[in-house]
Design a binder for this molecule. Structure first.
Ligand code: KIV
Ligand code: ZN
Length: 519
């Protein structure tokens, strides 16, 4: 099988990494990202040398339109893509949003499986083929780089799938994506499908073949790699495997599998793997979705060795129990522990090694907060510093912030919270009781900033070990279809809870004012 990979992939062995964290990833139930957070993530993706960033679905909302257009305007080398259904109006919105992109792509799709065509689209085969021709042709009026996806491809009849792809290629599609939309396929089957399509569809060598695998059976990464081994040269994936239901193929796993197993998977990506850990932390912090401890590549335990036999082996030679170096994914092997005696320069160096370059005022603020934390906590670990800085960056520019909190808790209720917030620069204070200290804190905040939002999630994680560990609290609020997640860290769980709640309210306020809908 020969395949000439066009436009975006100069070498036949190169696999393009298409990140969909901001589009399919944001469709994870409960995940939502603000414009500012998406811009920050897009910048990191560009730095990491991700090839294509699916920045959103421009026609779905004004918020998504703004995200796509602002990321498009700022991007340099990375292709910026907007999703569009097969309607002319969707494609017009995508084209408009991408107007300022250096390298724009429109990604248009329609379902091709019998179950989707009958029940979802209520369209017959001919109407679907017509829609494919019209949508791809229209997208080519805006951009030269057009991706077409056969939604639910793995449950589509093979002959019809070939006809649909043929129409897309003849109408000008440059990338053909074969989604396993419902995560139903398995590696041998998915690999064979990609191979057979490339062998059967006319002019298949003129396009880049792409995988888009969902993880409902836990096979998304394995299926994507099977696709690559059989001719696909683009993998659609998301950081931390975010995405609809069980998610998408995890970007970090795809990149590292291709890197570590080059012996039998002779393909490469351009991605700078040393930024994977940072990207994972950023996405987790933005969405409030914790990364499971034993998650491959980026989990807290991915490079931790517990048993005596393993530790002994590691001390003799790290290759005994490690197939990759932690540094290769951005995890420093030896962690310099910072404490209250650490100075400003050491702190600045530490921030740099963790991937942060702060301006002077921001650095001063972070250093002051670090000293404050070091006074209360014996060892300040990298994770503490990351939580502290992420928290500070998230807190900047917010309308409302916490100034003071005092809580009375214990067996003799009622639990009471006295709180002082600064709202639009003005201090205001309140006192409330509640069914437990967290409830008292949230009631006090609600009395100062009345709202109808419903608390959907309240989650506490320890950033590091020990009873003096910082707590990271995530709070998710929803109100009339709008969803916002707030996150904050502090050694005092109640302070972190108050700040996370305030952070979520600030985000909700932004969403309200822009009328950004739920994901
Ligand atoms: O899963 C899917 O089929 C999708 C398409 C829109 C590419 O996300
Ligand atoms: Zn998907």
């Amino acid at each position: 099988m020969t395949q000439t990979v066009s436009a975006n992939a100069p070498e036949a062995s190169r696999v393009l990494i298409f990140d969909t964290t901001m589009r399919d990833g944001e469709q994870s139930p409960g995940a939502s990202m603000t414009l500012r957070e998406k811009l920050e993530l897009a910048e990191l993706l560009e730095e990491m040398k991700v090839d294509i960033c699916e920045a959103g679905f421009a026609a779905s909302s004004e918020g998504d339109f703004q995200c796509v257009s602002q990321i498009a305007e700022r991007s340099r080398d990375m292709v910026v893509c907007s999703l569009a259904r097969s309607t002319l109006t969707d494609i017009d919105r995508a084209g408009e949003a991408l107007r300022k992109a250096a390298r724009p792509r429109i990604h248009t799709f329609i379902s091709t499986s019998p179950v989707h065509m009958k029940h979802k689209l209520r369209m017959g085969e001919n109407a679907v083929l017509e829609a494919i021709g019209a949508s791809v042709t229209h997208a080519r009026n805006y951009v030269a780089d057009v991706e077409w996806s056969a939604e639910d491809a793995t449950r589509t009849e093979f002959d019809f799938l070939c006809r649909a792809i043929d129409v897309a290629i003849r109408s000008g599609a440059t990338t053909i994506n074969v989604p396993d939309t419902v995560g139903y396929s398995h590696p041998a089957e998915y690999g064979a499908l990609i191979r057979r399509l490339i062998e059967t569809v006319p002019s298949s060598d003129r396009v880049v073949w792409s995988t888009h695998c969902h993880n409902d059976l836990g096979l998304a990464v394995a299926n994507s790699l099977a696709g690559v081994a059989n001719g696909a040269r683009q993998v659609e994936c998301a950081i931390n495997g975010m995405g609809e239901r069980a998610g998408n193929a995890a970007l970090e796993e795809i990149v590292m599998a291709l890197r570590v197993r080059r012996d039998s998977l002779p393909y490469e990506t351009r991605v700078d793997s040393r930024k994977l850990s940072r990207a994972s932390k950023m996405v987790s912090s933005i969405t409030g979705f914790p990364v499971q401890y034993n998650k491959a590549i980026v989990g807290k335990n991915a490079f931790a060795h517990e048993s005596g036999i393993h530790q002994d082996g590691m001390l003799k030679n790290s290759q005994t129990y490690e197939i990759m170096n932690p540094e290769d994914v951005g995890v420093p092997s030896t962690s310099l522990i910072m404490g209250k005696l650490s100075g400003r320069n050491a702190f600045r160096d530490k921030l740099k090694s963790l991937g942060y370059e702060l301006e002077q005022a921001s650095l001063n603020d972070a250093f002051r907060r670090f000293k404050d934390l070091a006074d209360r906590k014996k060892h300040v670990f990298d994770e503490d510093i990351i939580a502290l800085v992420d928290d500070q960056l998230a807190g900047a520019q917010e309308r409302m912030s916490l100034r003071r909190l005092k809580v009375v808790a214990g067996t003799d209720g009622p639990q009471t919270a006295e709180i002082e917030l600064v709202i639009d620069g003005q201090p205001s204070a309140a006192q409330s009781t509640g069914n437990g200290p967290v409830d008292a804190v949230f009631n006090a905040i609600r009395s100062l900033s009345p709202h109808a939002a419903v608390l959907e999630l309240y989650q506490v994680n320890a950033v590091t070990e020990g009873t003096d560990a910082q707590a990271t609290v995530s709070v998710r609020l929803s109100e009339a279809g709008l969803v916002a997640t707030g996150k904050a860290s502090d050694p005092d769980t109640l302070v972190a809870s108050a700040r996370a709640y305030v952070h979520a309210l600030n985000k909700l306020e932004v969403r309200r004012s822009k009328a950004l809908p739920a994901d």
